[in-house]
Design a protein around this ligand. Sequence first.
Ligand SMILES: *[C@@H]1O[C@H](CO)[C@@H](O)[C@H](O)[C@H]1NC(C)=O
Ligand SMILES: *[C@@H]1O[C@H](CO)[C@@H](O)[C@H](O)[C@H]1NC(C)=O
Ligand SMILES: *[C@@H]1O[C@H](CO)[C@@H](O)[C@H](O)[C@H]1NC(C)=O
Length: 388
Amino acid sequence: MVLGRRIPCLSLSYLVAVLAFSHLVAVLGAQKQLRFGQNGNFKILQVADMHFADGKITPCLDVFPGQMRTCSDLNTTAFIERMIRAENPDLIVFTGDNIFGFDATDAAKSLTAAFAPAISSNIPWVAVLGNHDQESTLSRDGVMKHIVGLKNTLSQVNPAEAHVIDGFGNYNLEIGGVRGSEFENKSVLNLYFLDSGDYSTVSSIPGYGWIKPSQQFWFQRTSAKLRRAYENKPQPQKGPAPGLVYFHIPLPEFARFDSSNFTGVRQEGISSASVNSGFFTTMVEAGDVKAVFTGHDHLNDFCGELTGIQLCYAGGFGYHAYGKAGWSRRARVVVASLEKSEKGDWGAVKSIKTWKRLDDQHFTAIDGQALWSKSPAGGRRKKEVGRA
Ligand SMILES: *[C@@H]1O[C@H](CO)[C@@H](O)[C@H](O)[C@H]1NC(C)=O
Ligand SMILES: *[C@@H]1O[C@H](CO)[C@@H](O)[C@H](O)[C@H]1NC(C)=O
Ligand SMILES: *[C@@H]1O[C@H](CO)[C@@H](O)[C@H](O)[C@H]1NC(C)=O
């Protein structure tokens, strides 16, 4: 009888434990589940500079005078919904200045409203910080903590393995190969997210912040760890899986192009930090990064290649962000595509392409271009020669 009485108690706590555990597994599982679809593609939507504030009562900037009366933050919301419907991405990345803090009465409310279309789409999404996110009622730490508490986000405040790291919102995501393929347990595409800071805190250095040595060190170690895993069993690969890097403030290297060697437009200066942090060199040295995506300068939307890395802007997205009347708000889409083996099985990433979409009447797609493509024969031959 004693036993009989105990069993229900035990089974109840057992049930609770099992439920809690399976919830944990489901949460962890959901995070691990980012992978290429059965069509061999993984699509990322980048939304830069929403500058969301108080919603309906927040007016638009830089639209034609005749458009002012009917234009607010809600147009930014409608644009995200439109992008999601048209592109159906696998991941949405918000690259900072998600809210325009000065005009946001309550940072938590503004953040929740800004990300609402992503949240309700049930598509996984992530965000990093810009230089305006902390200007309302929450600090940078507070903003990032609020973001990671929202539904369907894979954002992290900072990586658990980095004990000391500058900023808030440094983390990476591994995108697995197609389920059932030889690459199902490998990360075939690596995404890195970094906090490029807000403003310099060094009195002798004016201007914007930059990616600090502690962050670069974490990036370097993470890139090396991912490369080792990719080069190891199962399906050992030669060289690293391609990597894509997302943050807010462009690097000084974005200024190395002109219209003869970029795709898109440059209609304002490159507002990077006034010093060079060396992060571009760190990425070139790591060897896996194929493209970098930033925001910050709303009137620039180009991609240009320097030393094997594409440096890309997304172009301004938000209606409460400065822009140019008649020059449509826009967003960037990136698609990575897998190669097929002789057996017809999905393999490693073969190519990475991008285009932008304008929030105009026809939702025009512009500036389609290849950012990177794998050259298996060439790459392999070089290595074999090197080893001989
Ligand atoms: C903003 O949204 C309203 C309501 O849908 C629409 O009438 C207006 O044309 C939009 N404004 C701009 C500049 O897109
Ligand atoms: C991937 O891992 C799962 C679980 O450990 C295993 O069952 C499966 O065989 C692995 N797939 C490959 C291609 O190695
Ligand atoms: C782009 O072209 C200009 C000359 O028109 C040159 O000065 C610059 O170095 C080029 N940039 C790159 C990254 O190739």
